[in-house]
Design a binder for this molecule. Structure first.
Ligand code: LMR
Length: 394
């Protein structure tokens, strides 16, 4: 049976990660996969995470099963992180949260849940969006449609075109929004734009689904969640996929959460029971370790303050690099948009051939689309990267 299968190419982001690892050049620069790096180019374990792991190692008494929802302590800590501790949705039990194996696990379980609600569900995604959104959602059988988001010339949000297209969506359609730090463009909606989208979603009876993969890495934990919180306060139903990969640096621990909001506590409870049965039939229950770390960090005032301090430093470093990069590129073109955008990613608006030359001739790695991970830069490599970009643009 297997002999009929054709070999498939690897996912482009993961392929690039592997090619970079295999490149023997000592001065190579990785601006590819979205992982945070420090000034030395390392992706360190956050100190608060390390401390939490130490405590867990000493204090853990069992490895027995947790259950499909994962840890209740993690789930309520995540609810507060996403919505704020004073959220009426939490108080009124209109929101339920389940632990998930990373943001991807949350996205896929949401897709399976949507299919159970309505097998012919359509999900509208931004053009462009994170490439893995398509197989994660489409693979569950949902129909994917696209709304214009980024103007490829100005690299700004095409807001009027986005609204116009979403006017064509039908009641019950799902709209996938990036909570902050839009991947791959770094172009986010302003709060006023979130408010306008919210009005459209309500008027048309659409279901908002927010992917919150970078909370804390745009402008800060609260500011980054402002649009999502506004939306959540207005709509009767909503889904949120959250990831702890970036803001806790827990990439390989696969730690995330899926939140479900409905009009009443009774509906939420029934919907959550459906979600739990879907989880049970996919992976039974999520891995425990990463969520236990997050729960430990968020549940301890001192550790939480330490984590927040580290996250703020990461966020400020990315903002600094954005400004420094835009400035270093000023002699070769208009790259001011880099300083205005938020989160890890921006496009450089250069061709795949130029991206290929940067890789081959200069050992600088970015996606073929020219998406750059800002956190892969540092003050040491930045002048050389800017000069190499100038070189391929000449
Ligand atoms: C990225 O966009 O580079 C990250 O979200 C990592 C991934 O899994 O693609």
């Amino acid at each position: 049976m297997f002999e009929a299968l054709k070999p498939l190419p690897q996912d482009p982001i993961l392929q690039l990660m592997q090619t970079f690892r295999e490149d023997p050049r000592p001065d190579k620069v990785d601006l590819g996969i979205g992982v945070y790096k420090d000034d030395a180019g390392n992706t360190p374990i956050m100190a608060a995470v390390h401390e939490a792991e130490r405590r867990l190692l000493d204090g853990e008494t069992t490895k027995s099963y947790v259950g499909p929802a994962g840890s209740a302590g993690f789930n309520s800590a995540m609810a507060e992180l996403i919505l704020g501790s004073d959220s009426p949705l939490i108080r009124d039990r209109r929101m339920s949260v389940v632990q998930a194996p990373g943001g991807c696990g949350a996205l896929r379980m949401a897709a399976e849940f949507l299919r159970r609600c309505k097998p012919d569900t359509t999900v509208w995604v931004s053009t462009p969006t994170w490439a893995n959104h398509l197989p994660l959602l489409g693979g569950a059988g949902l129909t994917i449609r696209e709304y214009p988001y980024l103007n490829p010339k100005t690299l700004q949000v095409e807001f009027a075109a986005m609204l116009e297209t979403l006017e064509g969506a039908e009641a019950g359609d799902v709209v996938l929004l990036h909570g902050c730090c839009h991947n791959p463009s770094g172009a986010d909606l302003s709060l006023a734009q979130w408010q306008e989208v919210t009005t459209l979603i309500q008027r048309k009876g659409l279901l908002p689904f927010v992917d919150m993969a970078y909370q804390g890495l745009g402008e800060g934990l609260e500011t980054d969640a402002a649009g999502l919180r506004h939306l959540a306060g207005e709509v009767p139903e909503m889904l949120i996929a959250a990831s702890c990969s970036k803001n806790f640096g827990l990439y390989r621990e696969r730690t995330g959460a899926l939140a479900l909001v409905s009009a009443t506590a009774t509906i939420t409870s029934a919907a959550n029971s459906q979600l739990l049965s879907i989880i049970r039939s996919h992976y039974s229950m999520p891995p425990a370790h990463g969520a236990a770390i997050v729960e430990t960090v968020l549940g301890d005032d001192r550790l939480r303050a330490r984590w927040q301090g580290e996250l703020t430093a990461m966020c400020e470093r990315i903002l600094h690099l954005r400004h420094a990069f835009a400035e270093a590129l000023a002699p070769v073109g208009d790259f001011d948009f880099i300083a205005r955008q938020r989160g890890m990613f921006s496009f450089l608006r250069i061709s795949p051939e130029q991206v290929g030359r940067l890789r081959k001739e200069h050992g600088i790695y970015m996606l073929d689309s020219s998406r750059v991970n800002m956190a892969g830069l540092n003050d040491r490599v930045l002048p050389g990267v800017a000069a190499a970009i100038g070189d391929v643009l000449r």
